[in-house]
Write a protein that binds this ligand. Structure first.
Ligand code: ZN
Length: 235
């Protein structure tokens, strides 16, 4: 698994947030109402989700800072209801909420001390992790959803170190659940997914390998040019 430092994650989170904010800058209702790259979600849904994610991660920052248990979301149903409600807000409200939530998160993160960074919090998926995972969770959301905005940002715009770390993270999380024996290689790196059946080898640019692993549109094919096997959803 790829090693990543807290400094890496902080810089990727900042880069992803910047890309995301630049992509939506100046958007009015028309641009916001266009579909995102995620099935069934307009860009309004996606921006509402990314703003709500920053606030949810602020809850984890508070948990790390104070020791008081403050989960990301009160429930999965509440999380979904908040996204649906967020999608009814105006373009201006969404842009403001995007910026303000990102700012709250940046301020909260900047105030954490060394002992607080080591304290444990629980993610929305129920994993217990040190607070140092918070910037990694944010970089994943900001970077991948910047691509999902369907506004010209591609995986090639994301930091290369982030892409390598993300490939390792997804492979580790998918584990055997993909059900396919897969070997992926890109730019000197290699990832193995265990599974049944004849092993399939896929080789391509890092950007395509990551897009494939993340379940996003990609151009990865097997050596004989047939389409890469479909993977179950990730996240
Ligand atoms: Zn998300």
């Amino acid at each position: 698994m790829t090693r990543r430092t807290l400094e890496d994650a902080l810089s990727w989170s900042a880069a992803g947030t910047e890309l995301f904010h630049r992509a939506v800058a100046g958007w009015g209702e028309e641009q916001y109402l266009a579909p995102s790259g995620l099935p069934g979600w307009s860009r309004k849904h996606l921006v509402a989700h990314v703003a709500a994610n920053a606030d949810a991660l602020c809850n984890l920052v508070r948990w790390a800072a104070t020791g008081e248990k403050t989960p990301m979301y009160s429930s999965p149903a509440q999380r979904d209801a908040d996204i649906a409600a967020g999608a009814t807000r105006t373009a201006a409200e969404l842009t403001t909420s995007l910026h303000e939530s990102a700012e709250r998160l940046a301020v909260g993160v900047a105030a954490l001390g060394p002992a607080q960074w080591r304290s444990e919090v629980v993610t929305a998926q129920g994993r217990t992790v040190p607070a140092t995972e918070i910037p990694w969770l944010r970089s994943r959301e900001a970077c991948v959803h910047a691509v999902d905005l369907a506004a010209g940002v591609t995986f090639a715009d994301l930091p290369a170190g982030f892409l390598t770390a993300l490939a390792g993270d997804i492979v580790a999380k998918r584990g055997a659940t993909a059900g396919l024996a897969l070997t992926l290689t890109a730019a000197g790196d290699r990832w193995e997914l265990p599974g049944a059946g004849d092993p399939v080898t896929l080789t391509g640019p890092l950007t395509e390998v990551v897009a494939y692993l993340a379940g996003r549109p990609h151009a990865l094919t097997t050596a004989d040019g047939s389409p890469a096997p479909a993977l179950p959803a990730w996240l």
